[in-house]
Write a protein that binds this ligand. Structure first.
Ligand code: GCV
Length: 676
């Protein structure tokens, strides 16, 4: 059982003449440039049929490749303003047109058109032209072939079960939904490739991969797989040394075999030399040696190697003050700038650590002028409440995109779109938050992150608020159907949901680890507070709190991490006057009595934000309660249950963090609140 996410089409109310006019116009659709054999064309038509039947109670009359002067007209055209996968939607005297330079663009235009109908924005002067900002807009699924999902918080995999692939109607629903927000590439298996997943690229699974790839291609999506770098070792070779000819040849032959069976495969995603995964370091080779060897093997087929920069020594001794996990990505990759093949893209996590609630943007953005780069964010909320706490991440992604790297004054968005360096292999990837739960994302409000990531990766100029509004309107308000937006109190619904979403990340941050320090979670599961959980483990992610101070000096006189940025940013972070306070403890070791710009000491700030955070969750929960009876009952109940938990759990966070610092310092809360 699964729902249709935001494609939950329902009968539209046709209240006035203008709405009735739209319905009349849309009863005729003319699809020019229609190719009956092209799956994209078939899917565009099906999408319109499905939607219009739900909206108006009947399918439209379709005509193909004829001149028509009224109705909804779809057309492939060539002009300067429409680029690959772009579209234009506009009205004319007797109808509407959707134009694109290719069929993917036409599909995106169609989905957008259907959204405009549903959110009441199909006005008579509508004119929307969009070209995607990012060439690759990708989801990374960390699904394991037995069926579980690494860091999965919404059930099991819908791609795999018992070491087999699953391809069914849910696969099609998935493809429709993610395509509707602009996703054009997916990796279906976990980057930690183990067990049967090593053999995903083998005879055992080729026919299923081909089937899946065909379905996805029909929605403009390329299929990628994660691979095991050491695969040659499991196939009779005694080495995976990237500079050995026999290894390179093995991969060449492998790629030939793969592409014979799955001709449209997008390429491989590779996690190497990280957290126990094998890689070129085993053979004293560089990351470029490893990536390039694979890139050359896959290049004849147009394949891409997406090589992750999440490479670090996960066994850092606390006495070693120079080794800093935050430095690792840059240290390993920066000197290789310009050495990667054109079909290699480095996939870089947004921050130098690991998806903490707050991190600076990785210095690799802006640090490698001659290398293809893409951003990796995580909408699976591993460290941000695991889809049990509401945490709408799009406002944070916007901050990341807007970060000025000071490399040619380019923002992160300029770099990962490829436009700053004139690259065509670039983009954004998100570790997906989907599973086989009925609502796909466990928490219904977490669905806004899936919708939002897709929308933002297509158009990085969209605001987090507008995205939240449109999602809320589609999934919660328009989905009720037949009644008008006013009648169902649509504005109250969308205002309430948007307000909750927009407050959720700042609120989560308030009761979590303070001022950018991160990592105060239970080791392994990464859920719930455990201030010293990682402090006394060998994983190398220390906050170093003692009775006087907390934080890591990452300036030039400390670990030197700040020096990895361009000078302007190094200076920004290194000076206490300019370092953004939300990152203060990431960059500086500070005494608890240091006074922040607000006039509060760090300690009092910690107490205050933790009390505030927990209170804000109660308010969000109450505001959700106010929607009882107004939205779909199942959605309401599911979210209410999650809020019940979040209210309790945020208090646990508050109390564990506050009592930790109270007991370390012995200093009371100025406001006399209860500290344990
Ligand atoms: C897929 C973190 C997660 C791991 C994940 C890893 C990665 O360490 O906790 O589960 O492994 O990141 O991104 O490779």
């Amino acid at each position: 059982m699964y729902n249709s996410l935001w494609l939950n089409y329902k009968k539209l109310s046709l209240l006035d003449e203008s709405e009735q006019r739209i319905a009349d116009i849309l009863s005729n659709v003319c699809f020019n440039s229609y190719e009956a054999e092209n799956p994209l064309c078939v899917n565009i038509k099906n999408e319109i049929d499905t939607a219009f039947e739900a909206f108006f109670g009947k399918k439209p009359i379709f005509s193909y490749n004829v001149e028509m002067t009224s109705g909804l007209l779809l057309n492939i055209i060539k002009n300067d303003s429409l680029l690959k996968e772009g579209y234009r939607i506009f009205s004319f005297e007797n109808g509407y047109k959707i134009e694109a330079a290719d069929y993917s663009g036409l599909l995106y235009g169609t989905f957008r058109f259907l959204e405009l109908v549903r959110i009441g924005k199909l006005t008579s002067d509508v004119d929307e032209t969009k070209n995607p900002d990012n060439p690759l807009r990708m989801l990374n699924h960390w699904d394991n072939m037995p069926g579980d999902i690494e860091r999965g918080y919404s059930g099991n995999s819908f791609f795999f079960e018992d070491n087999k692939m699953m391809i069914n109607d849910r696969t099609v629903m998935y493809a429709r939904a993610v395509a509707s927000v602009g996703i054009n590439a997916v990796v279906i298996n976990n980057v930690n490739v183990k067990g049967e997943a090593s053999y995903l690229i083998s005879d055992r699974h080729y026919s299923d991969l081909k089937k899946l790839s065909d379905i996805l291609n029909g929605y403009g999506i390329s299929l990628f797989v994660s691979i095991n770098y050491a695969l040659p070792l499991e196939n009779g070779l005694d080495s995976a040394d990237p500079l050995k000819e026999e290894v390179a040849n093995w991969w060449k032959n492998k790629c030939e075999e793969i592409y014979k069976n799955v001709p449209n495969l997008g390429g491989f995603l590779v996690k190497a030399d990280s957290e126990g995964r094998p890689g070129p370091f085993t053979y004293q080779r560089t990351q470029a040696d490893g990536a390039n060897m694979l890139a050359r093997a896959i290049a004849p087929y147009g394949g891409i190697i997406i090589w992750r920069c999440f490479v670090y020594n996960c066994r850092q001794d606390w006495r070693d003050l120079k080794t800093d996990r935050a430095r690792a990505g840059y240290d390993y990759f920066h000197s290789l700038d310009g050495e990667f093949e054109e079909n290699v893209i480095l996939q870089i996590k947004n921050g130098p650590m690991d998806f903490q609630v707050r991190e600076p943007v990785s210095p690799l953005f802006g640090g490698m002028e001659h290398t293809n780069e893409m951003l990796e964010v995580q909408i699976a909320q591993e460290y941000t409440g695991q889809q049990r706490h509401v945490c709408y991440l799009i406002p944070w992604f916007k901050e990341i995109l807007n970060f000025n790297t000071h490399m040619k004054e380019a923002t992160a968005a300029d770099i990962l779109s490829g436009r700053a360096m004139g690259k065509k292999n670039a983009g954004m990837a998100a570790v997906s938050n989907t599973g086989d739960d009925l609502n796909w994302t466990g928490h219904d409000l977490a669905m806004a992150n899936l919708y939002g990531f897709g929308k933002l990766s297509y158009d990085t100029s969209l605001s987090a608020e507008d995205i939240a509004y449109e999602w809320a309107r589609l999934y919660m308000a328009s989905a009720i159907g037949e009644k008008s937006f006013e009648e169902i109190k649509g504005k109250v619904i969308t205002d309430t949901v948007v307000d909750i979403l927009m407050k959720s990340w700042p609120t989560y941050e308030k009761y979590n680890a303070p001022l950018g320090i991160g990592w105060m979670v239970v080791p392994g599961i990464h859920y719930g507070p455990d201030v010293d959980g990682y402090e006394y483990s060998m994983w190398g992610t220390y906050h170093k709190a003692d009775c006087k101070a907390i934080g890591i000096d990452r300036t030039a006189s400390g670990t030197g991490y700040a020096t990895q940025y361009k000078k302007e940013n190094e200076d920004l972070y290194s000076s206490l006057d300019t370092c953004p306070e939300e990152l203060l403890l990431f960059f500086h070791r500070m005494p608890y009595n240091y006074v922040l710009k607000s006039g509060k000491t760090i300690l009092q700030y910690i107490y205050d934000t933790h009390f505030e955070g927990a209170e804000e969750v109660e308010k969000m929960s109450a505001s959700w309660d106010s929607l009882r009876g107004m939205i779909d009952e199942d959605i309401f109940e599911r979210v209410s249950k999650r809020f019940e938990h979040q209210v309790i759990h945020s208090k646990e966070w508050r109390d564990v963090i506050n009592s930790y610092f109270y007991r370390k310092t012995g200093i009371e809360d100025e406001k006399g609140r209860k500290l344990y």
